[in-house]
Design a binder for this molecule. Structure first.
Ligand code: DP6
Length: 317
């Protein structure tokens, strides 16, 4: 019986991925830049089941059906096609990320699944090929293959993978505002934004420029420039999301208060910058030595967790 276990961590984008150039291949409209975290790992075991007629998907101990299972089965079909196999599998995944609360559980989930499934089906993929494969499951998963800071490139199927980026020493303080499932998934909201927001073309063109500036700031080790770019890019993403029809708002009053907190801490001389994914949680970017002070300042508003750059995807056994 072939069983392979892999572990991956979520990542938080400093320059966001919001919009697809190709839905079937899951190619992004723009490149993006992220930090893979050292907290909230997902551990996934893929066991080949030659006698089974169908795949089985178990998440956090519960057998899943419906859309969650379908998405995993579609991903396994891609791996099976690459490997020339028709064998069913059991996927058993334990996820410590608060699911669907905008903390990118699909990123760690599909990065771990890509590594475990490709190995279980006998493929020997290098990191670039693994990042491309993880992208097919969830775009942001391409970046969770990479340790620490990563840039995920836009482009063709061949060109669209993530690779490491030099960056200054940074920490993230995660402020968990609400860990319940969100009303509109990022996948659906992303599609709606591209179809209905009059601002979407400007989001795409400005993010392409923003990414070049962020890569340069990161290579220069310029925390303040990278931080300002991060906060601006996050607010632009939420602006374009709010401008679709019908509108979607992920930020809650507490999220907005946390963005205000970053601004007031900066006014006091502390370089800290806020970002948020498709949910109300806010993530602060700062130097590691300032992380405790940022967490203490945010604590009256939200539960906090300090994260540092974490490992890329790893095959455990
Ligand atoms: C707001 O990677 O979950 O977190 O490719 O459709 O699975 P799919 O989308 P997903 O979207 C992530 C959106 C984001 C921004 C980011 O992580 O860059």
């Amino acid at each position: 019986m072939t069983a392979v276990t892999a572990r991956a961590h979520p990542n938080i984008a400093l320059v966001k991925y919001w919009g697809k150039a190709d839905t079937a291949l899951n190619l992004p409209a723009t490149g993006s830049l992220s930090m893979t975290l050292d907290v909230f790992p997902t551990t996934t075991t893929v066991t080949l089941a030659p006698d089974a007629a169908h795949d089985e998907v178990v998440l956090n101990g519960a057998v899943r059906e419906g859309v969650v299972r379908d998405r995993v089965v579609r991903f396994l079909d891609i791996v099976r096609e690459m490997a020339g196999s028709r064998t069913a599998a059991v996927v058993d995944s334990v996820n410590t990320v608060p699911s669907a609360a905008g903390l990118a559980s699909s990123a760690s989930g599909f990065a771990a699944l890509a590594a475990a499934a490709s190995r279980a089906y006998g493929l020997d993929l290098d990191r670039t090929a693994l990042s491309r494969l993880a992208r097919r499951g969830s775009g942001s998963a391409a970046r969770s293959v990479i340790p620490g800071f990563a840039v995920w490139h836009a482009g063709s199927d061949e060109e669209s993978f993530a690779e490491p980026l030099d960056a200054p020493d940074l920490a993230m303080v995660i402020a968990i505002v609400n860990s319940e499932e969100k009303a509109v998934s990022s996948r659906d909201a992303m599609k709606r934004t591209a179809l209905t927001s009059p601002f979407y073309p400007a989001w795409v063109s400005s993010t392409t420029e923003t990414l070049s500036a962020a890569v340069q700031a990161s290579r220069d080790g310029d925390v303040e420039r990278l931080g300002r770019i991060t906060e601006t890019n996050a607010l632009r993403m939420h602006a374009v999301i709010q401008s679709c029809d019908p509108p979607v708002r992920y930020l809650s009053p507490v999220s907005v208060a946390l963005f205000d907190l970053a601004e007031s801490l900066r006014a006091d001389g502390l370089p800290v910058y806020a970002t948020a994914d498709a949910g109300p949680n806010v993530v602060f970017l700062c130097r590691p030595k300032d992380a405790d002070a940022v967490a203490a300042a945010a604590r009256p508003l939200a539960e906090t967790m300090i994260a540092r750059p974490g490992p890329g995807v790893e095959v455990l056994a």
